[in-house]
Design a protein around this ligand. Structure first.
Ligand SMILES: [Zn+2]
Length: 146
């Protein structure tokens, strides 16, 4: 692998001439860390949700009749819980996909740039939603169409 070694000075100069506002690699690194942490947390959550769902299914499959009758009233809640968990897991999976994509954008150095208008996404938004693809204006525009 070839590694480009550019002095900090010339890099700063080069950056000023760029029209597109790319994020400095120092900041990209920070966001990469945040995204990796997010990814870990979500992977954990998915595991947790699946484990719980699995345990519930196993318990149901075991056909524990006494607890079954005792918990008749809970049945609806149980089903709801399971569906909710599965829903949640699929949302988390979508999020995981978005995070992976954001990490890819970091590697490609176009992270933090709106996919629609190519303007930089503002920092507070990125900090709140590091995996976002669009600036607030474009996102709002999109939501208004819907
Ligand atoms: Zn935009």
């Amino acid at each position: 692998m070839k590694k480009k070694r550019i002095s900090a000075k010339s890099r700063n100069l080069a950056k000023k001439t760029l029209k597109e506002k790319k994020m400095p690699s120092k900041e990209l690194k920070i966001f990469k860390k945040i995204l990796l942490k997010y990814k870990e947390d979500i992977a954990d959550q998915i595991k947790h949700i699946s484990d719980n769902t699995l345990k519930k299914s196993q318990r149901d499959a075991a056909g524990d009749i006494s607890s079954y009758t005792l918990h008749m009233a809970d049945m609806a809640t149980d089903t709801y819980d399971r569906e909710f968990s599965l829903d949640l897991a699929s949302n988390e999976r979508k999020l995981l996909y978005e995070i992976d994509d954001a990490l890819k954008r970091i590697d490609e150095k176009n992270f933090g740039i709106c996919e629609k208008c190519s303007k930089s996404i503002n920092k507070p938004r990125l900090k709140a939603l590091p995996y976002t693809r669009m600036c607030l204006d474009c996102q709002r525009g999109l939501e208004n169409i819907k």
